[in-house]
Design a protein around this ligand. Structure first.
Ligand SMILES: *Cc1c(COP(=O)(O)O)cnc(C)c1O
Length: 941
């Protein structure tokens, strides 16, 4: 019996499809096509050294065995990671639901109203709980959110001093991430015990933890006022659950709040992914990094959501951006926001009270047994002093399946959460050797710190508390959106391929979901084996010597890679090398990351064919030879072309003493055919949420491993809690970053095997060339490489048509919605163009449906050109058409309703209707509203 091959399920086109596609492109076989497309200078002719592919059931069995080597203990370690009950209705209908997890970042707002509303709930939850004005739609984790808060303070403060003060009771991993980000920027981090040490005379920012890592809840208002007197900005890293009971940062004058929303129903996942948050007071919103959802209006004047203030972001501002963050943690933010919707303010308060009572009882029992417990206000965490006995207590607890925090030889930290039971508390008492107490105990939050203000008063947090209501709300929002479960999302550079169910299944298994990132090694053997295998396979695929999965997005991989280059130069006494060459076609994150790594960006132009201009490269290298640190190029280029000059480019940069960074976002065009680590590059990041099947989740999670050649291996990211030991900066708050989703790429690699991976690459290239071949006579394909072939994506040039007819790239993108498609990537890397990346997962029928739609749209543009339809009133200008619009009693437009609603080829029964008409982004930016609007806003006039 031959095992069913997973690759045949993952790859859309079957043998017949493939033959027809090859015919259209003009090649006899995919081998011939790949030989022609890929320049011989980079070609690798081996077979990847990977285990023979496993079938789906076999892979699941192997993952079960790995999971079995993890031990799920009761985690009372705390430090920003807590046990939580994911409501089953949210687990199954969000985390395990492709309608949510296969969506893309909501850049096309008309087809993203569901997740935009969910994110607006998240932002409202964060602003309400923190008492601040504006929150973004998620950060990567608490550590990086705190680091972003530091750089925000740097931009906003007028104080010249480079000193940033950090509370010694901040989370240790936060201190490590802050320190790692500060150093290349020339920021001097001063960690002070603010109970006894005075603030310095000059500093630009202050980071406080609330409650502290020790559990202590301090009255911070005095420090905040003192910092403001000195011209500094204050960040309060706050626990949102605690804020249901404690006076929020906004009410003590904080400028910024940062933290995580993990304990709002998101499993710990051995470190991630979870949604970090960042909120700011009024006046700082335009400096906020990351994505911000705002309310605007559509063409009918109805309220509609969209991403606000995008002009702040890296894809526009590049090296002047507020941050490099691109992929964030949308799926997890949706979960956390829905947790608040499901529980409502009273439910959250009750959870917080239960958590607090458990901690208070725990402390009372320890004290009754003669154990010294720090005499401070606390919320969920207590620190007990047991001179010389701490390790013994922690071990005794571990024997009872409870993990505690070993603070030092004399102190133990114990954290409670919503999952803490009386039995857990009793186990902790037993580990300390005390009997405990019965009955009620007093709360440990003094009235002066208690919260008196309301929160989550918007009706959305009061309307979905029954499971029926919640289920329907989730379904309603999901129905608003277009995700991969509806049809193709041909976004160039984003690689929206299949996220197979078998790959997704292990993510919610308890043995992967419920591990604390600082759990004892003995409990995490399965995870560490999975990660080691995955890192090994990724090294084999890329031709590098070492890989770290710590960066939790591509942007973070970029920063990690550039920091490795920086450390390498310094280690060799060439710390003066600080110029990073970046081609004009690069992704915006590249330049933003280079600045964060302390480098100066020098742009290299492109020639008429879209390739890096080697003449300009020579000139720039000559000019900056002694200061050259690196070049950052994407391969194949963001123009979708295999540039033949790449080997030469690498050699030129190396000759000048620089390092070569190849942005690996386009690895889907290389796997099995070329290895960046072998064709001249020194370091790359990969996007496991592109090439290796982690779903985009509507804008995250992602994983951006950094892969390096041996000479850079000593400079890979360090362990954020061992950071002071190994001296390497940490990039994320947890050692393995978003470990909880690593079973996805593991399963993909395990099931595809060497041949399956190579075939996926070849079919992805074939599909892009097929689309280019079919559309070329209707829209010029902007760039091509060898023999007129493109790589895994192609750019359609609309500029001549726009010039002739006024029909814009926007109009075409919106009209595609009427045809039942998500638009391709718009105006990146070239303004006025569409970049199409079909991937290997779409079959020929879907590719043809897309090409037919594009050809039909071209015919519509011709109708505008001919004057049959006026420029301002035609199906393109009015797209997308909503059901309300085409069924309205009046129809003033010069084309039939049916042309608006059901253009050629649209399946009437399966029609996707956008819930809003075209969204006016500029209006929303002028009238910025970033939390849930009052329900009256939706009333009909
Ligand atoms: C997606 C992408 C990135 C950024 O990756 P994120 O995971 O979104 O941070 C960088 N470079 C290129 C070319 C990309 O396509």
């Amino acid at each position: 019996m031959t095992a069913e091959q997973f690759a045949d399920r993952h790859i859309g086109p079957g043998p017949d499809d493939e033959r027809r596609m090859l015919e259209a492109v003009g090649y006899g076989s995919v081998d011939e096509l790949m030989d022609a497309a890929i320049p011989e200078v980079i070609r690798w002719h081996g077979t990847l050294d990977l285990p023979a592919p496993a079938g789906e059931r076999e892979a699941i069995a192997e993952l079960r065995a790995l999971a079995a080597d993890n031990t799920v203990a009761v985690s009372m370690i705390g430090l920003g990671y807590h046990g939580t009950h994911t409501p089953a209705v949210i687990r199954r209908n969000v985390l395990e639901n492709p309608a949510w997890y296969t969506a893309y970042t909501p850049y096309q707002p008309e087809i993203s109203q569901g997740r935009l509303e969910a994110l607006l709930n998240f932002q409202t939850m964060v602003t309400d709980l923190t008492g601040l004005a504006t929150a973004n739609a998620s950060m990567l984790d608490e550590g990086t959110a705190a680091a972003e808060a530091m750089t925000l303070a740097r931009r906003a403060s007028k104080v010249k001093s480079p000193v940033y003060v950090v509370d010694a009771d901040a989370l240790p991993q936060t201190i490590a991430v802050i320190a790692g980000r500060a150093e290349p920027l020339g920021i001097e981090v001063r960690v002070l015990d603010l109970d006894v040490e005075a603030l310095p005379a000059e500093f630009f920012g202050l980071h406080l933890q609330y409650p502290g890592a020790s559990g202590a809840v301090r009255e911070h208002a005095g420090l905040v006022a003192a910092a403001h007197d000195a011209g500094a900005l204050v960040t309060v890293a706050a626990d949102l659950l605690a804020l249901t009971l404690l006076r929020p940062p906004g009410e003590i004058g904080a400028d910024i709040a940062a933290g995580t929303t993990q304990r709002f129903g998101v499993p710990m996942g051995f470190g991630g992914p979870h949604a970090g948050y960042l909120a700011v007071r009024a006046g700082l919103e335009r400096m906020l990094p990351g994505r911000l959802v705002g309310v605007s209006r559509d063409a009918d004047g109805n309220p509609a959501y969209r991403l606000a203030l995008q002009t702040r972001e890296q894809h526009i501002r590049r090296e002047k951006a507020t941050s490099n963050i691109c992929t964030a943690q949308v799926l997890l933010a949706v979960m956390a926001g829905m947790y608040a919707v499901y529980h409502g303010p009273d439910g959250l308060r009750a959870i917080a009270r239960r958590t607090h009572e458990a901690a208070a009882r725990l402390a009372a029992g320890l004290r009754a047994g003669g154990v010294e417990v720090a005499d401070v206000a606390f919320f969920d965490t207590v620190t007990a002093t047991v001179p010389g006995r701490a390790a013994q207590v922690v071990a005794a607890a571990a024997q009872r399946n409870v993990n505690l925090r070993l603070v030092d030889a004399d102190r133990v930290g114990v954290s409670c959460d919503e999952t803490t039971t009386a039995a857990h508390v009793a186990a902790v008492w037993a580990a300390f050797g005390v009997d405990g107490v019965d009955g009620d105990v007093d709360a440990a939050v003094p009235a002066s710190l208690a919260r008196t203000s309301d929160f989550l008063t918007h009706p959305v947090f009061g309307s979905h508390h029954s499971e029926t209501a919640m289920l329907r709300y989730l379904r309603r929002l999901a129905d608003f959106d277009y995700a991969l479960d509806r049809g193709m999302i041909p976004l160039g550079s984003c690689t929206m391929k299949l996220n197979a169910t078998t790959e997704m299944e292990p993510v919610t298994w308890p043995q992967f979901a419920h591990l604390h990132p600082f759990a004892p090694e003995a409990q995490t053997a399965g995870y560490r084996r999975l990660i080691a295998q995955l890192e090994g396979w990724l090294a084999e695929v890329t031709g590098y010597d070492a890989v770290s999965v710590q960066p939790n997005a591509g942007s973070q991989g970029e920063l990690a890679g550039l920091l490795a280059i920086r450390a390498y130069h310094r280690d060799r006494g060439e710390g003066h090398r600080d110029v990073c060459l970046i081609p004009s076609s690069a992704h915006g994150t590249n330049a933003a990351s280079a600045v964060m790594a302390g480098m100066r960006v020098v742009v290299v132009g492109c020639d008429a064919d879209g390739n890096v201009d080697l003449v300009d490269l020579d000139a720039k290298i000559d000019k900056h030879r002694d200061a050259l640190a690196a070049i950052m190029v994407t391969y194949p280029s963001t123009h979708g072309v295999y540039e033949t000059g790449i080997a030469q480019l690498c050699a030129k940069v190396h000759d000048a003493g620089g390092q070569v960074y190849v942005d690996g976002a386009n690895l889907n065009a290389l796997v099995g055919f070329a290895k960046p680590g072998k064709f001249g590059a020194d370091v790359s990041h990969l996007n496991l949420h592109k090439t290796f099947c982690i779903p985009h989740g509507g804008g995250g999670p992602g994983v951006g491993p950094v892969a390096v050649r041996a000479h850079l291996a000593p400079f890979l990211p360090g362990d954020p809690v061992g950071g002071h030991v190994d001296g390497r900066p940490a990039i994320s708050a947890a050692r393995y970053g978003s470990a909880g989703i690593l079973p996805i790429p593991w399963a993909y690699l395990r099931m595809m095997g060497a041949d399956g991976l190579a075939r996926a690459t070849a079919v992805a290239v074939l599909a892009a060339n097929y689309v280019a071949a079919r559309l070329r006579q209707h829209f010029p394909v902007l760039y091509a490489g060898n023999k007129g072939l493109v790589a895994h994506e192609c750019i359609l040039d609309l500029r001549p048509l726009t010039k002739a007819t006024g029909v814009s790239v926007d109009d075409v993108a919106k009209r595609l919605i009427d045809y039942g498609f998500h638009a391709p990537t718009m105006s990146f890397p070239v303004a006025g163009t569409l970049m199409v990346e079909p991937t290997e997962s779409e079959d020929l029928a879907e590719l043809d449906r897309f090409c037919d739609a594009m050809i039909a749209i071209r015919a519509e543009i011709d109708e505008v050109a001919s004057g049959r339809w006026p420029a301002g009133d035609n199906p393109l200008a009015n797209a997308p058409h909503t059901a309300a619009m085409v069924s309205a009693d009046e129809w003033p437009h010069p084309y039939p309703r049916s042309v608006g609603a059901y253009p050629a080829g649209v399946d009437r029964a399966g029609k996707y209707w956008p819930p809003v008409r075209r969204v006016d982004g500029a209006y929303g930016d002028r009238n910025l509203v970033c939390s849930c609007p009052a329900p009256e806003a939706f009333e009909e006039d």
